[in-house]
Write a protein that binds this ligand. Structure first.
Ligand code: NAD
Ligand code: UDP
Length: 315
């Protein structure tokens, strides 16, 4: 049995990861400051004697003895990470320093949840890990993009300088149950709007693309990365190469929900990337043939059912 710390464990991805790690027979400590996370996502785990919950902010040092650390703490939705951009940078950078310092001290293995945002508005397509990216360092997304890029640099340098056993994954747009209705990201926005019969808000002309990954595929990739050979550190892309325009996504959700909602067009936010698609050959090679299993429609149906039940409960 391993003892594992999950920062950001009460968030969308973190809550799925905590559950998976417990099911695999580990002891899990979930650390969160509840900025975008919620206790309700992990409340069902509280009766498990191998699960602990800690209210803590990763910008402050934290000490515990564990074998592995998954560092997920950081708001991921543009609405939330732009709410307090300085805090977002502190969370990514000071959070990484604190967790890497802990990993160094206790000799734990540590995985960083980095992001496809390090590629910015990419000039190469699909994105491979050796692409350095095209990020506006002073734009509205920079608190997140540059924070995550700095965190990657910290990880690599703690490895080079202090021999910390690091793993970096670059996560592409992920969706699924346990997202919040007010999360602000596109999949949850469109589904909630469709279920409530409200207008579906497409930003820009809807021709920008994203590649959407269902959350169970991400969690499988994370666990495989943590368990990969010690000489493989990444960064490695974890995403679903299926690429869709926002218009196609909206149409899929309209068809699957049977909603009467109308599509409306709103201004495109500054620096919104025009395209996004992961090249996953490295993950397939290094992570025992890992590849996403859940196609968009199947994942959307599960996510629609989740939001449908949630909205009925909270009516
Ligand atoms: P989320 O917002 O649901 O979860 C983030 C969690 O971190 C929340 O529980 C939040 O309360 C917690 N948190 C934020 N600041 C904190 C702090 N200072 N101290 C302690 N806890 C803090 O987002 P998510 O989608 O679950 O994302 C999880 C991680 O994966 C993030 O690091 C994100 O950048 C990364 N990621 C996610 C996606 C995606 O599409 N879901 C894509 C790329 C990267
Ligand atoms: N988007 C949209 N309507 C919304 C929310 C987002 O059209 O209500 C667009 C957004 O402009 C972007 C894409 O959907 O082009 C994905 O946005 P999201 O915030 O989910 O993630 P990110 O931009 O970080 O990939």
């Amino acid at each position: 049995m391993k003892r594992i710390l999950v920062t950001g464990g009460a968030g969308f991805v973190g809550s799925h990861l905590c559950e998976r790690l417990l099911n695999d027979g580990n002891e899990v400590i979930c650390l969160d400051n509840y900025f975008t996370g919620k206790k309700s996502k992990i409340v069902h785990l509280l009766n498990n004697p191998y699960f602990e919950l800690v209210r803590h902010d990763v910008t402050m040092p934290y000490f515990i003895e564990v074998d592995e650390i998954y560092n997920l703490a950081c708001p991921a939705s543009p609405v939330h990470y732009q709410y307090n951009p300085i805090k977002t940078i502190k969370t990514s950078v000071m959070g990484a320093i604190n967790m890497l310092g802990l990993a160094k001290r206790i000799k734990a293995k540590i995985l960083q949840a980095s992001t496809s945002e390090v590629y910015g508005d990419p000039e190469i397509h699909p994105q491979t890990e050796d692409y350095w990216g095209h990020v506006n360092p002073i734009g509205i997304r920079s608190c997140y993009d540059e924070g995550k890029r700095c965190a990657e640099s910290l990880f690599v340098n703690y490895h080079e300088q202090n021999n910390v056993n690091i793993k970096i994954i670059r996560i592409f747009n992920t969706y699924g149950p346990k997202m919040e209705p007010d999360d602000g990201r596109v999949v949850s926005n469109f589904i909630v709007q469709a279920l409530q019969g409200r207008d579906i808000t497409i930003f820009g002309d809807g021709m920008q693309t994203r590649s959407f990954q269902y959350v169970s595929d991400l969690v499988e990739g994370m666990v495989r990365m943590m368990n990969s050979p010690d000489d493989f550190h990444g960064p490695v892309n974890i995403g679903n190469p299926g690429e869709f325009t926002m218009l196609e996504l909206a149409q899929n959700i309209i068809d699957l929900t049977g909603t009467k909602s109308k599509i409306v067009y709103m201004p495109l936010p500054q620096d919104d990337p025009t395209q996004r698609q992961p090249d996953i050959s490295l993950a397939q090679e290094k992570l025992n043939g890992w590849e996403p299993k859940v196609p968009l429609k199947e994942g959307l149906i599960k996510t629609i059912n989740y939001f449908d039940n949630l909205l009925k409960e909270t009516k």
